[in-house]
Design a protein around this ligand. Structure first.
Ligand code: CTP
Length: 406
């Protein structure tokens, strides 16, 4: 997650009186860990659930608990509002959402909210029936219409022993949505298709041919594109990663399945970024039953097994042949002659950009959290991206693509 963008940001954390108020403590910890300066505003009912001291110690700031308290925070709450880069309300109660929807200023939090001009992220959390109540839903529509980013509650068993929607999402997810709220929407209205991970080519029902791709680079690009406002589809081979938020996921196994999925989405896409490490070959004749081991021959001679492989379609090349308006980008993993091989692939596959990386070097490539790539563009531009977290590489790459979209 691109939490580096929280560094040195002023964030107001508004805590209302719900049982999930304790989760706001963990959220505060994550935000300060990311380098944000967090100022906490608590409603009177929030104080019934969690002590002010916890928030004061962890935020290293005074906590604002009311309009008429004489502590520094309460006196300066309007100043806080004008200095804020973002506000997060977690948990937001039904009462708070109703007050916000109607522009009430009946406590420190609602008063401050009327004075802020920055993005506001609201995380409702309550009993399922309260959440589904039409009046509450109407109020949510109102605050969304006014520009608030509302994070839908999760479903599960609630503190009131009912099961359904109403749980405060995990702090990591709220943090992710805060980052999204702060991200420039330069891909708004664009459909982005990303492929990620390896493909698996069946030998028999229990064995396959594959490669070491972890999928991390493709997942980072998909997540970053969604935060920039893109409508993202991620076609993914088998990986061990959590799917990013608010993205259409299409799971595939083999190169043939990936080709079908990519070609089915190609026409509607504005940007296609093929990060997947597609297996170039597949077993010609995959068996429907498990291949049994031969009995070991006596003596030094060992048994052998030959697998006949046939070429898979080059998905990116097919997309290059069919492309019309799309911006088409590929990745090239090379062990030698990085530039010459990358430029040749860009030409052969009719790409607008290729991101080339050297595999087998430290700080880059398969499985690593870091990558170091060189971007080559059809217009001749070359950009060197030094070794950095894959999330940051994703942003650097999308910065370049977004400026080239008409
Ligand atoms: N690619 C693809 N379909 C294939 C092979 C590759 O779509 N069958 C795409 C990859 O997703 C990547 C780009 O082509 O975006 C380059 O992949 P790479 O493996 O580096 O190149 P190849 O074309 O397979 O050439 P080689 O393996 O010979 O380097």
């Amino acid at each position: 997650m691109q939490t580096m963008m929280l560094k040195n940001k002023n964030i107001i954390l508004g805590v209302c009186g719900g049982i999930a108020a304790y989760k706001a403590v963990e959220l505060l910890r994550l935000m300060t860990k990311a380098g944000a300066n967090v100022r906490v505003v608590m409603t009177q009912s929030a104080l019934e659930f969690v002590g002010e001291t916890t928030f004061r110690v962890l935020s290293e700031n005074e906590v604002c608990t009311g309009l008429f308290n004489t502590n520094e925070a309460s006196v300066r709450h309007i100043e806080w509002a004008s200095e804020a880069d973002a506000v997060v309300i977690a948990p937001a109660t039904a009462n708070f959402v109703a007050n916000m929807a109607h522009g009430m200023a009946n406590d420190a939090l609602t008063t401050m909210l009327l004075a802020v001009t920055c993005p506001v992220v609201v995380c409702p959390s309550m009993n399922t029936h309260m959440y589904e109540n039409l009046a509450l839903q109407r109020n949510i529509d109102i605050i969304e219409g006014d520009g608030a980013f509302v994070v839908e509650p999760g479903s599960g068993e609630l503190a009131c022993k009912t099961t359904g929607a109403g749980r405060l999402p995990e702090p990591e997810l709220i943090l992710d949505r805060l980052v999204a709220a702060l991200t420039r929407k330069d891909l708004k209205g664009k459909k982005v298709l990303v492929t990620a991970g390896p493909t698996r080519e069946a030998i028999d029902p229990v064995r396959y041919v594959s490669n070491h791709s972890s999928g991390k680079m493709g997942y980072a690009i998909a997540a970053a594109a969604e935060k920039r406002g893109g409508a993202v589809t991620l076609v993914t081979g088998p990986v061990n990663l959590e799917p990013p938020f608010a993205i259409e996921i299409v799971k595939v196994e083999s190169a043939l399945e990936m080709a079908d999925a990519v070609l089915a989405h190609l026409d509607e896409s504005d940007v296609v970024i093929k990060v997947a490490a597609v297996a170039d070959y597949r077993p010609q004749d995959p068996k429907t039953s498990k291949i049994k081991k031969k009995d070991q021959a006596p003596g030094p001679k060992q048994n052998s097994l030959t697998l006949e492989l046939v070429e898979n379609p080059d998905i990116l090349r097919l997309a290059g042949e069919k492309k019309r308006h799309q911006f088409l980008a590929g990745f090239a993993a090379e062990t030698d002659d990085l530039e010459a091989n990358a430029l040749l692939k860009m030409e052969k596959k009719n790409l607008d950009m290729i991101a080339a990386n050297l595999v087998g070097v430290e700080g880059s490539g398969f499985g690593s959290d870091y990558n170091k790539v060189k971007l080559f563009f059809r217009d001749g531009t070359v950009r060197d991206i030094p070794s950095m977290e894959k999330e940051r590489v994703a942003d650097a790459l999308l910065d370049e693509i977004a400026t080239r979209l008409t």
